[in-house]
Design a binder for this molecule. Sequence first.
Ligand code: MG
Length: 201
Amino acid sequence: MKIICIGRNYSEHAKEMKSEVPTEPVFFMKPDTALLKEDVFYYPEFTKDLHHEIELVLKISKAGKHIEEQFAHKYYQEISLGIDFTARDLQTQCKEKGLPWEKAKAFDNSAPIGTFVKKEALDLSTINFELKINGVSRQIGNSQDLIFSFDKVISYVSKFVTLKVGDLIYTGTPQGVGPVKIGDSLEGFLNGKSNFTLLVK
Ligand code: MG
């Protein structure tokens, strides 16, 4: 499987990153070795500025290429929360040099994932989600603020990359990204319900 991540999909986050609000989706990928299903994350030695990015995650349930937006909803059945961990210091260096971001984004265990929920259980147009660290709210988002909808994202990515069963799409983070440190306890909430916990060691 592969992990596709959408960048800058909430305008307030694009602003906090001093990035332009995109006119078409921006995406990058993480390998399957990035997926973390455990509830412990070990702070990597190559960064001093690891950032959390809480995101809604779609699980692809049907293979497809050149998926039309109007049919895209048939290609995923379940949604979860995940974190797109980012070595912000490395990413900034890469951006300054015009280099790819992979080492800042695609490293091992950089994609923690929560519990998947059937999409029928959610109103997709207004999914609330939140990240708390040590019990304090750090990021709050809602799917209604997505620049590019789930269906638009699936359609767009599938023009370039064949989607396969089990692939994950991290759909972008809302504003409020910031550093995590060793000892932090992270908890993600999907419509107010705890979806995952993660201890940083
Ligand atoms: Mg992200």
